[in-house]
Design a protein around this ligand. Structure first.
Ligand SMILES: *Cc1c(COP(=O)(O)O)cnc(C)c1O
Length: 372
């Protein structure tokens, strides 16, 4: 898909804010802790390669991606630190990981057996593995200590380097910590069964790094949404780190008109002006990932909130201006304008989703512009 360079609409990515957020998390952790920057899904829509380079400059110890292709993209871009694939990789693709020094998550004994067999036949370099432990997320991983013990016996073969073990929490961003504590208990049972701990023992996502730091009996935080300056809980829990939003969305008006009372706007003619008013058109729409569900929300023009009028189109949308303003006037759809802010969480609330989905919905067509 092309990234449109010849229109005035962009996602602006502030890499200085990204580095600030990493340093905030670092400062809040014990001195020997490690941070793995989670850059899956094109760094939550921010652009994996520029984000990874900036995170590396800020001193992260490695990276997490969701799938092997994402890890390869970063290896090809010259990122040479630890690169962990968090999802599961079919055995028949795993040799690509071994050959590119990419670490894989493993969640079953049969996978280890099959890969060990394959590696012997193809004389592959040792594959770095992290054992996933299911303490209650119910997604992937070993489910009891007996199974883990079988895996531990297998990862000590020459086909593997036992690099890590980890779990993932389902409710670390919730005010009620009952389920979190249950999962933590399971995690400690698993840990107690492992005599020789691997170098990376990790259980913390952003939410654990923000609200359960005292429980990090592990040495590594997998920092995702908080690195991008968003609160993992939305509005449920207060920020416990001084985070700065990394992404904003801006566009310049392409058309301005004076609308008369009784005239309508956009598909379905769902909006009809009650009074005479000034209306501007923006060159951005739902095909850029500015969701159609954002109808009825607002944007910022020179620090003033302006209503979105009518339905959001695939490539364009209309807003009410406070007064006549020239074509080319800058509009902030997400971010700050003269002290007023529309955060990714604010957009998410309107669209009945989470800030993660707002960010990862932005499509490649919307140009990414990097600051700092
Ligand atoms: C996506 C993901 C993370 C990052 O989560 P955030 O809430 O964005 O910090 C961490 N660990 C795993 C296993 C993940 O899948």
């Amino acid at each position: 898909m092309i990234s449109a360079q010849l229109r005035d609409a962009a996602m602006v990515v502030d890499l200085k804010a990204l580095k600030h957020n990493i340093k905030q998390q670092r400062a809040a952790l014990p001195a020997n802790s490690r941070i793995l920057a989670v850059v899956k899904a094109d760094a939550y829509g921010h652009g994996a390669v520029p984000v990874a380079h900036a995170a590396k400059e800020a001193g992260v110890d490695g990276f997490c991606v969701a799938m092997l292709d994402e890890g390869l993209e970063l290896r090809r871009a010259g990122i040479d630190q630890l690169m962990l694939v968090l999802g599961l990789t079919p055995v028949h693709y795993a040799s690509v990981a071994a050959l590119n020094d990419i670490s894989l998550t493993v969640g079953s004994v049969s996978w280890l057996k099959e890969y060990a067999e394959l590696a012997k036949n193809e004389s592959l370099p040792p594959l770095k593995v992290h054992l996933a432990l299911d303490t209650g997320m119910g997604r992937i991983g070993f489910r009891d200590v007996a199974e883990l013990k079988q895996a531990l016996a297998l990862v000590n073969q020459p086909a593997f380097v036992f690099e890590g073990m980890f779990t993932h929490f389902a409710t670390a961003d919730a005010a009620d910590d009952t389920y979190f504590k249950q999962q933590l208990g399971r995690w400690h049972e698993f840990l107690a069964a492992v005599d020789q701990k691997p170098p990376y023992v990790h259980m913390a996502n952003s939410a654990v790094g923000m609200w359960h730091r005292e429980t990090i009996a592990a040495n590594t935080v997998r920092m995702g949404i908080s690195m991008y300056g968003c609160n993992p809980s939305g509005h449920e829990l207060p920020d416990s780190l001084d985070l700065q939003p990394v992404a904003s969305i801006v566009a310049k008006t392409t058309f301005v008109k004076h609308l008369q009372a009784g005239e309508s706007i956009s598909y379905g003619a769902t909006y009809t002006a009650q009074n005479d008013e000034w209306v501007a058109t923006l060159p951005i729409g739902y095909a850029d990932g500015y969701l159609r569900r954002m109808q009825g929300f607002k944007v910022l023009v020179a620090g003033q909130e302006c209503d979105i009028l009518g339905r959001i189109c695939m490539d364009q949308m209309m807003i009410r201006l406070p007064k006549s303003m020239p074509i080319g006037t800058e509009v902030v759809l997400m971010g700050s304008s003269k002290g007023k802010t529309l955060s990714a969480t604010d957009l998410a609330d309107h669209a009945h989703t989470i800030n993660y989905e707002i960010l990862t919905s932005i499509t490649p067509r919307l140009m990414r512009r990097y600051k700092n």
